[in-house]
Design a protein around this ligand. Structure first.
Ligand SMILES: NC(=O)c1ccc[n+]([C@@H]2O[C@H](COP(=O)([O-])OP(=O)(O)OC[C@H]3O[C@@H](n4cnc5c(N)ncnc54)[C@H](OP(=O)(O)O)[C@@H]3O)[C@@H](O)[C@H]2O)c1
Length: 249
């Protein structure tokens, strides 16, 4: 039986890793998706969709499907599945590689306000402006719903989940975005302040450059911590290297 790698996906890196692994002879790759996105696009290798039923369900899946290595390549803010992956790996003895793209770093001219949660971002906003560009994804926007006085432009890939603030304009779009495009958007909507998660990566970082150029403040929601004892790798080549090291000579 070929060595079987399960990639917990939902990110650009997971997609690239599946492509790279399926290009290697003698490996079977399955990518797991939560099923949140209606049209996730084609993926190399096998694909399964939907939750496992907690850490225990994931552990059972690893055993039943004879998985030899587990790669958690989920989004930096998908904290539950990451915790479950660590628990399931520990319970089954299946080696775990955690692939996390690095977070963004502020540079000269940036006016960043780091906060620990969406609720903390919402609490800060009334002091920073009236017109908000909200790019934290389609979930969790209830935190901003009480801010009835502010005007929001919400951008997400899929329609945002209610409740939403009273004054909300929704833009459905998928990156990558350009600094020129983001600058035009911030100007056209007369945005005072940007809110983002520290997702990292190039596809959605242009808004940060645009905010810097326009001198706008940015509320940056910090990442949830990784489980104890987990040291992530930062990119696809490093994940491939970690898998090679597991396979041995
Ligand atoms: N959070 C974000 O901002 C964000 C952004 C872009 C993409 N994503 C992707 O969207 C997915 C869901 O994100 P989330 O923040 O809702 O995750 P989450 O809060 O960590 O996970 C919630 C539950 O969804 C299921 N799940 C999550 N990822 C899964 C996967 N790759 N395969 C199978 N089941 C999965 C698990 O259900 P069970 O307990 O039943 O196994 C998990 O307990 C993730 O795969 C992530 O990579 C998230």
């Amino acid at each position: 039986m070929l060595p079987h790698v399960l990639v917990l996906g939902g990110t650009t890196e997971a997609r690239a890793l599946a492509t790279a692994l399926t290009g290697r002879p003698g490996i079977r790759v399955t990518t797991s998706l939560a099923g949140r996105v209606s049209r996730p696009g084609a993926l190399a290798g096998d694909v399964r969709v939907g939750g496992f039923g907690g850490a225990e369900g994931l552990a059972a899946w690893l055993r039943e499907r004879r998985v030899d290595a587990l790669v958690d390549a989920t989004h930096p803010f998908a904290g539950t599945i990451t915790a479950n992956a660590a628990r399931a790996a520990a319970a089954t003895g299946v080696p775990l590689v955690v692939l996390r793209r690095p977070g963004w770093r502020p540079g000269p001219g940036d006016r960043w306000h780091p906060v620990p949660s969406l609720e903390a971002a919402a609490a800060l906003l009334p002091r920073l402006g009236d017109r908000v560009f909200l790019t934290t994804g389609r979930m969790g926007l209830a935190a901003f719903a009480p801010l009835a006085r502010l005007h929001f432009v919400v951008r997400s890939v899929e329609p945002p989940e209610p409740p939403l603030p009273a004054h909300t304009h929704v833009l459905l779009a998928r990156g990558p975005f350009t600094v020129a495009g983001e600058t035009a958007l911030l100007r056209d909507h007369r945005i005072d302040v940007l809110v983002t998660k520290d997702s990292g990566g190039a596809a959605t970082s242009a808004k940060l450059g645009a905010a810097r150029d326009l001198g706008l403040p940015v509320v940056v929601v910090r990442r949830p911590p990784l489980p104890d004892g987990v040291t992530p790798v930062g990119d696809v080549p490093s994940a491939l290297g970690a898998l090679d090291a597991l396979a041995g000579p």
